[in-house]
Design a protein around this ligand. Structure first.
Ligand code: NAP
Ligand code: ZN
Length: 341
């Protein structure tokens, strides 16, 4: 089978590999689609630890081709999505139920072969069923949606809340939709690209703002702003210094700011502890998808979360290699890798 592999840091190649053979507890999946995520670029650049040579791709979906002899819940022909994060179940964090913080976390598409391939193999407990009649590409959004769900859960959005979302990539545009579903009545998205702002409106944002148009803290939470006094909840989905610094400042007194964006290791930002204390801001971080993949699959299966408008391009393995090795084109939201294209 063909697979797109990280051969070494800075080197991707399309290789011919043996089709994997499922172990007793494994599910072998014929891949329909696998999303390219910013993490794939970090892995390519060596900014995120991995174990090359390895097949990348952790946002995959497809049809079960074969199952191991001890697999009970899946059979060939079922449509599935995979949770790439495999926790050990034995370490102190796993035993406290904090599986996303597992000391031995192994991720499909990072530490072991992933979904930029014709077939991917995963332990049964990582697989989640999707309806057979679902669009074959839509399951590729379950993994990013599951990460957004964890952040939105942490934010504890209540009906009638106001929410600011910083960054209009796939994560920000999924968070906008989740915030509305969670009951937020006003959701403001800040992102520079006009196309992404238009799309955010279509997906439920009640207002959008271009952060390059001025001081967004003033434009949003100032006296004459969109949400005078600030938002009940701010969700940072850009992973850049400005937005991480703006997030707590955009929260109202007693409000919550959740950081979802990933900053490069070692980078420091400037936060004013007096302001956090005096306004009693809850500043939280959300990492990956503990126990949220089943809900993400259900939200996509039922169409409650719209993902079709988030697909910018459908590409084969060769173009995927070029895409991962370069910064994303302006306005691109998600490129999906489709085996055989
Ligand atoms: P993305 O496509 O890069 O989206 C982030 C967007 O933020 C950019 O496209 C950019 O769009 C916008 N942006 C840049 N500077 C901005 C600014 N100053 N103000 C407002 N918006 C700004 O990435 P993504 O896939 O959506 O992921 C978002 C972040 O979440 C990344 O850091 C990713 O690594 C992280 N992430 C975290 C988790 C987790 O578990 N915590 C899971 C998945 C991803 P414009 O050009 O329109 O400004
Ligand atoms: Zn563990």
């Amino acid at each position: 089978m063909k697979a797109l592999r990280l051969e070494a840091i800075g080197r991707l190649a399309v290789s011919d590999l043996e089709k994997p053979v499922p172990g007793p507890n494994d599910v072998l999946v014929k891949v329909d689609a696998c999303g390219i995520c910013g993490t794939d670029r970090h892995l390519f650049l060596g900014e995120f630890p991995s174990k090359p040579p390895v097949t990348l791709g952790h946002e995959f979906t497809g049809i079960v081709e074969a199952v191991g002899r001890d697999v009970t819940a899946f059979h060939p022909g079922m449509r599935v999505t995979g949770d790439p994060n495999i926790s050990c179940g034995r370490c102190p964090e796993c035993k406290r139920g904090r599986v996303n913080l597992c000391r031995n976390l192994q991720a499909i598409g990072i530490h072991r072969d992933g979904g930029f391939a014709e077939y991917v193999c995963m332990p049964e407990q990582q697989a989640f069923a999707l309806p057979g009649d679902l669009d074959p590409l839509h399951g590729a959004f379950c993994e990013p949606l599951a990460c957004c769900l964890h952040g939105v859960d942490m934010a504890e959005i209540k009906t009638g809340y106001s929410v600011v979302v910083l960054g209009g990539g796939v994560i920000g545009l999924l968070v906008v939709q989740l915030a509305r579903l969670a009951g937020a009545t006003r959701v403001v998205l800040a992102t520079r690209n006009a196309g992404k702002r238009r799309l955010a409106k279509d997906l439920g944002a009640t207002a959008t703002i271009d952060p390059s148009s001025g001081d967004i803290v003033d434009l949003i939470s100032g006296d004459g702003g969109i949400l005078p006094g600030g938002a009940d909840v701010v969700i940072e989905c850009a992973g850049v210094t400005e937005t991480v610094e703006e997030a707590p400042r955009l929260a109202r007194k007693g409000g919550t700011a959740v950081i979802l964006g990933v900053m490069p290791q070692g980078v420091k930002v400037s936060i004013e502890p007096f302001d956090l204390l005096f306004r009693e801001i809850r500043l939280l971080s959300s990492f990956v998808n503990p126990f949220t993949h089943a809900r993400a699959a259900d939200l996509i299966a039922t169409g409650a979360i719209k993902v079709e408008p988030l697909i910018s391009r459908k590409i084969g393995f060769d173009e995927a290699a070029r895409t991962i090795a370069n910064p994303p084109p302006a306005g691109e939201i998600r490129a999906l890798v489709i085996p055989g294209l």
